[in-house]
Design a protein around this ligand. Structure first.
Ligand SMILES: Nc1ncnc2c1ncn2[C@@H]1O[C@H](COP(=O)(O)OP(=O)(O)OP(=O)(O)O)[C@@H](O)[C@H]1O
Ligand code: SF4
Ligand SMILES: [Mg+2]
Length: 373
């Protein structure tokens, strides 16, 4: 028989190892910060507020988003629902007095590591190295990212030299190749032209060329086709799909156009008043919308012979301004299914109803957001 002292020491050892393994060591905190290897981006409980003299404007108030490599994730919602501020938070370009209050924005780096970009200094060299090279953004208005006083070619060359190729000649060659790939005719001539010399559609292509010139793993597109006419819009969507195939990037596509979402997205996040209120695969969402807001959005799509106007503002009222919002369902003021004493008592939680179809509504689940309970 073993001496009791040794037996007790061994038992103590095994108990301690269980306790240590359960403790959040530095290593396990790092593991917890890393995204699933299958994801490019994981946004967890993101809250971005504007502290204004009138009060706190909660533009983004608890957003969770996951984007897998090469996946196209759509974000849809009416004006003011927090789509752009979510994108600005990921890029760390929220204008003051806006600031990320809490949450994580975990980005998988090209080298396989992970970083919480929400915790980086918005002016740090690390975030500047990430912008453009790992995550890029295209906007509704190309002049947001194109300089009016530099030629298209010079701007793309600069982006390439900043991130991937210092040599001027090689960078110029890469830029010409990009201009060609986005379907701008006569690349050599266009290279030396200024943005104002291009048509709206061509400017949009130039902005996409600049955004993709360093082959980012995630492209955030914030209403990139909204200002274009329908034919050019269709061409730009086709181009983005083709480039996604060639570059293998994931896309977060923001729009208020359900037709565009149906065309391009694998999965849709419906946003309302700073929160995702429903998430599902595109096919599932269009077939079986569960949230009253999504149901109303889908009813606003025009049908042949129907009377719908096809605009999101076909829904009665507007998205309220989220200034000091009450602790209740954000859709309460416009919802026909509003339940007094329940919908105005706490914020419903985003719950998986099965098959990765998530919804935030008391008609579907009794669960409330803990933070607001
Ligand atoms: N710079 C800012 N200063 C103060 N409030 C802002 C600022 N930018 C956005 N907001 C507010 O934050 C909320 C979310 O705005 P956001 O721009 O994200 O909406 P959106 O969903 O992108 O709308 P749209 O479809 O019109 O682009 C709105 O109430 C908006 O007024
Ligand atoms: S929680 Fe209540 S108010 Fe909100 S969408 Fe559901 S039924 Fe309507
Ligand atoms: Mg916007």
């Amino acid at each position: 028989m073993r001496p009791p002292a040794r037996r007790i020491a061994r038992q103590l050892d095994s108990v301690l190892s269980i306790v240590y393994n359960a403790m959040p060591s530095a290593g396990s905190r790092l593991r917890a910060m890393s995204p699933e290897p299958s994801n490019v981006l994981e946004v967890r409980d993101l809250r971005t507020y504007f502290h204004l003299p009138e009060g706190t404007l909660k533009a983004v108030d608890g957003v969770d988003l996951t984007i897998a490599p090469q996946q196209t994730v759509g974000v849809i919602g009416e004006s003011g629902s927090g789509k752009s501020v979510t994108a600005q938070s990921i890029m760390r370009i929220v204008p003051p007095p806006g600031a990320i209050e809490t949450g994580e924005i975990i980005l998988r780096r090209k080298d396989g590591g992970a970083v919480d970009v929400g915790k980086l200094n918005a002016r740090s060299s690390e975030i500047r190295a990430i912008r453009g090279a790992e995550v890029s953004m295209v906007f509704q208005e190309p002049m947001t990212s194109l300089s009016p006083v530099h030629t298209i070619g010079a701007q793309i060359v600069e982006a390439i030299r900043l991130h991937i190729e210092r040599d001027k000649k090689k960078a110029r060659q890469l830029a010409l190749d990009m201009i060609n790939r986005v379907g701008i005719s006569n690349p050599k001539q266009r290279f030396d032209e200024y943005p104002h010399q291009l048509s709206g559609g061509m400017r949009q292509r130039a902005m996409i060329a600049m955004a993709l010139s360093c082959s980012p793993s995630l492209l955030i597109a914030d209403e990139p086709t909204t200002a274009l006419d329908v034919t050019v819009q269709a061409q730009i969507l086709e181009l983005m799909k083709a480039l996604q195939g060639q570059f293998g990037m994931a896309i977060m596509y923001i729009t208020h156009d359900l037709g565009v979402i149906a065309e391009i997205a694998d999965e849709v996040n419906v946003m309302y008043l700073g929160r995702v209120v429903e998430r599902a695969s595109t096919v599932e969402l269009f077939k079986n919308p569960l949230h009253p807001y999504t149901q109303r959005l889908l009813k606003s799509i025009p049908r042949l012979g129907g009377r719908g106007r096809g605009r999101l503002d076909a829904i009665r009222g507007n998205v309220p301004v989220p200034m000091n919002p009450p602790r209740q369902c954000g859709f309460a003021s416009r919802c026909d299914d509003f339940i007094r004493g329940k919908c105005d008592a706490a914020v419903p939680a985003l719950v998986n109803m099965g098959n990765d179809h998530y919804v935030r509504c008391y008609l579907r689940s009794e669960e409330s957001e803990l933070i607001y309970a």
